[in-house]
Design a protein around this ligand. Sequence first.
Ligand code: GDP
Ligand code: MG
Length: 765
Amino acid sequence: MKKFALAGNPNCGKTTLFNSLTGSTAHVGNWPGVTVDKKEGVYKKCDEPISIIDLPGIYSLSPYTPEEVISRNYILDEKPDCIINIIDATNLERNLYLTTQIMEIDVPMIIALNMMDAVEKNGDKIDVKKLEEKIGLPVVEISALKEKGLDELMQRAYEVCKQGREGSTVLAGTQLMHLIRDCKIALEGQKVENSLFHAIKLVELDEIEVEMHPDSAKMVEEFKQTFEDDTFGSDFEAIVADSRYKHISKNYSTVVVKNKKSASERLTRSDKADRVLTHKIWGIPIFLLILFAIFHLTFSENFLFIGYGLPEDWVSLEGTVAEGLFGEGGINSPGVLLQGILGLATDSLTDAIRGAMEGGAVAEWATGFICDGILGGLFAVLSFLPQILLLFLFFSILEDSGYMARVAFILDRIFRKFGLSGRAFMPMIMGFGCSVPAMINTRTLADQNERTATLRVIPFFSCGAKLPILTAIAGGIATLFGFGNADLITYGMYLLGIVVAICCVLLMRNTTMKGDVPPFIMELPSYHAPQFKNLMLHLWDKTKHFIKKAFTIILASTIVIWFISHFSWGWNYLPDEAMNESILAGIGNLIRPLFTPLGFGSQLSSYGWVFVVAAITGLIAKENVIATFGTLAACITSGMFVADEGLEGIDSVVEMISATGITPAALISFIAFNMLTIPCFAAVATAKAESPSKKSFRMTLLFWIAVSYVVSMMVYLIGSWWWTLFIFLVLWGGIITLIVLNNKGIIDLKAFFAKFNFLRRKKKV
Ligand code: GDP
Ligand code: MG
């Protein structure tokens, strides 16, 4: 099959085009660095099917970050049959800089002038004929978003790919051309492919090239001694870059005819927005306010804080559909409202199935298995889908509008103090959705230690799968202990995760993960209204992912959980009441003591093992924590309590709390533990793949265990006995002092620990 690669600057619309051509649903976002790995799809409308490859965005073919290396290597090594160079037509000259480099490779190439819809809307004009003539490559105008010109593009690309192409360069008239030609001849002698491209990179003394061709590099170094340019001295990289820019502005500035009035108008509008949104002082409070608004819209049971003034009888709508409109404190936010509606539906479904099964001649255990085991577990998790989707929708809107890239920019100043660049904000915020893409996105970070530190704290940004744990337990606490606002506890836990992440980064960047913070270079994308199609695509993707997970991993887990909680070691069926003698209870009780310092271990009454068990099932998928509660709570209720109806997330937590006698402090500690400990299977596998070494990965696992244990213990102890706060303060104060003193060179911790090693080794001998 023929392979066409999509290459271009970040944020020029490559993934949008890829999705339109192949019908895929790859992630599109309005900020540079969304695609960090190559993706493949198939285009079927040509004479033969064509494989399309979406590459991470690059500004040049001299890479700095891992994701840029992927693109360069693909273009050079995999030999695509055609490169479709996508250019953001609203930014023609800057985008052409990369084009002048790709041109130098011996590969068929075509230029796709994207975002023509935006160009037309601005009233600008581009002289495509002139561009084509000057650059010597076919140019096709398209709009990936509006799906215009795509077939023509593919048709021309298909024609182009059948002819070969020899690289050409815009450096032909410059002083360095002699040297380039000599290098090219030398490389051709060694049978190197793409000799022109490699020769130019060698002259630039590109690190990768110098390593690959040391002989020719020596030749360049020698020539360098004899060379002196008036502006750049003998910095060949700068001379080459300058020549490219000069060529572009000389030849292509007349290709675009700007509508002057609209250009200045547009500038001022986005300038005005940026003056407020990226303000030195107000930028961050505004972001926090937006964040709060998002969480409020998703979780609040007292929407807009108007609830307390409501007349009594407004709230007495129990049993009707309108009941879901009102929460504990007042009117429910859209998130809680949708959750309530879905809850009503799943409740009646469970009731109907249970009624039918009890009416028919079905064995009692089978009814239990279906209604409690499977439906109890699945619906407990499913009830949180509306909130997960809503949260995701809001983040997608912020992302697609171009605001998130600004936040990365304003946070850079603060992040720098913690030893990170603002770049690290993007993977972190993605972590609120799912840790897996977030961890992969750390590839945009150039410094390896910064990358590792960021990767380790990403799970602390509570993902969608952890959301049910947070809200269900917060709801349980509020219901049973009359403890303030459920949504306040939820925000608090999100905040705890962020604070712990900051502390850990601070600690790592000052001890094991030291390194310079690279300068923050990120082009701010233009603001635009969020694309409806894009948003729906995101939501659909998330829903699909969730449903798939629910009917595979979570379903399988709940089935296993139900069986091993209803059979004894001797494989005898146990009724609900005898669950404490089950295999699951046995396992849970065995490891329970480990969690006593965290508040959900041995101190709980007979059903206390459920917390430990739930936490362990969470290692497979975090939704399992609440699914396990759902499955088990349904059994506990039908055994000990009167109710025998379907249980949604919060209700099952309420049952668990009353059945185990767990305290609020221990519940918060339980949330913290699940939030901070080893994430789900998929995230662990990703962390392993993205880690620089096996050792680093093992340290990451250890780090998660240690952080979750220590923080949960602190939460439990301080929550139960507030004065223990002082013990922890002294302890942390001591550790931080030691590190500070060590970094200032006043004491030497390394030598101190080395002494220990020495003793140990001696003993062994
Ligand atoms: P990539 O980084 O090159 O993969 O770019 P994306 O495909 O993620 O798109 C970046 C942004 O540009 C998104 O917000 C898209 O909605 C927007 N975009 C892509 N193509 C077009 C287009 O043809 N017209 C307009 N107006 N916007 C586009
Ligand atoms: Mg992309």
